[in-house]
Design a protein around this ligand. Structure first.
Ligand code: PHE
Length: 344
């Protein structure tokens, strides 16, 4: 019987070494250690043993059982480990693979210029205001010191909807609207970006619809030097810290005195080139001290307060800054053009 036990142990261990999966292992366990397994069968035959033999054989049976149990447990652990490794290998992620880029839109160059301009002026304590694009003759012209039949109305060929309603030709009506809204309170410090419309034939430098940014400051003791300092700060932040500006006398009905403002040509650095027509300077905006009549109509006493205003073309700033030669690029939306303005 002892021999049978040894044989059984050897046979079980050698079969165990051939087991390759959990199912085979389970079958093997049942075959040798199960209720109807071979070891149990041997135990049953112990009744026929003598009293001396019984404990010896009994001990041997226990040894064989525990040897098989631990061998099976070891095998199970190694099968589980192998299964885990196989799963990890098959599910492995290569985290070093570069990701697939998601196509992201770009920011329109005009929107960028407006945003940058807003940031510059917000930094100087201005607020951003808005006004309607469909405007009344009153706000677009009369409140800005351009009565009906004023010859300066010819400077801005207009799209009239009715006799009294038109598409605004400039953002300056927001000056008048803001003054009335403020009801005589000071200070006013606003910029107003927005679309404007003029009856121009579209070409490389004209568009019947374009964008302006208007600025208005009204307070006690506002001087021309405040206007100059503000515009110099803007020019330096927008076009580079060494920028210079130049004011030239000009005319706008709503400012007195009025100026046109130039920056040093950004293409030749002021030496003179084709773009600046050899002058070294490029015009970027119109400005001036708010006309006393405009202050009065807006509900302010020109003896108490003064102000300055300026208005610039966004396309012009963008064309200079990015070296764009044709204003129509902003509105034809060719993706090859737009893609150059990525989000940095
Ligand atoms: N509104 C003027 C224009 O469109 C620009 C301007 C604004 C000039 C404010 C002076 C003050 O030409």
């Amino acid at each position: 019987m002892q021999e049978r036990l040894q044989q059984l142990k050897q046979a079980a261990l050698s079969r165990l070494s051939e087991v390759t999966d959990m199912q085979q292992l389970q079958e093997l366990r049942v075959k040798y250690l199960g209720k109807k397994g071979e070891l149990t069968e041997i135990l049953r035959g112990m009744g026929s043993l003598s009293a001396e033999e019984r404990p010896v054989v009994g001990q041997l049976v226990n040894e064989v059982r525990s040897a098989l149990e631990s061998a099976i447990a070891d095998k199970q652990a190694s099968l589980e480990q192998a299964a885990l490794e196989a799963r990890l290998a098959s599910e492995a992620l290569d985290v070093t693979l570069p990701g697939r880029p998601l196509p992201a839109g770009t920011m329109h160059p005009l929107a960028r210029i407006i945003e940058q301009t807003e940031d510059i002026f917000i930094g100087l304590g201005f607020e951003v205001a808005e006004g309607p694009e469909v405007e009344t003759d009153l706000f677009n012209f009369e409140m800005l010191n351009l009565p009906k039949n004023h010859p300066a109305r010819d400077m801005q060929d207009s799209f009239y909807i009715t006799e009294e309603i038109l598409l605004r030709t400039q953002t300056s009506p927001v000056q008048a609207r803001t003054m009335l809204d403020k009801g005589g309170k000071t200070p006013i410090k606003i910029i107003c970006p927005g679309k404007v419309y003029r009856r121009d034939d579209d070409d490389a430098t004209h568009s019947h619809q374009f964008m302006q940014i208007e600025g208005l400051v009204v307070d006690k003791g506002v001087r021309m030097s405040d206007l100059k300092g503000t515009l110099l700060t803007f020019a330096r932040q927008m076009f580079g810290e060494n920028q210079q500006i130049r004011l030239r006398p000009s005319f706008f009905p709503f400012t007195e005195p009025s100026v046109e403002v130039d920056i040093q040509c950004i293409f030749c650095g002021g030496k003179g080139c084709r773009t600046c027509k050899q002058t070294g300077w490029i015009e970027i905006l119109g400005a001036g001290m708010v006309h006393p009549r405009v202050l009065e109509m807006g509900g302010y006493d020109p003896k108490e307060v003064s102000g300055f205003a300026f208005g610039m073309g966004v396309e012009r700033i963008a064309m200079l800054k990015y070296g764009i030669e044709d204003i129509r690029h902003f509105y034809t939306n060719d993706v090859r053009f737009l893609r150059q303005f990525n989000r940095v």
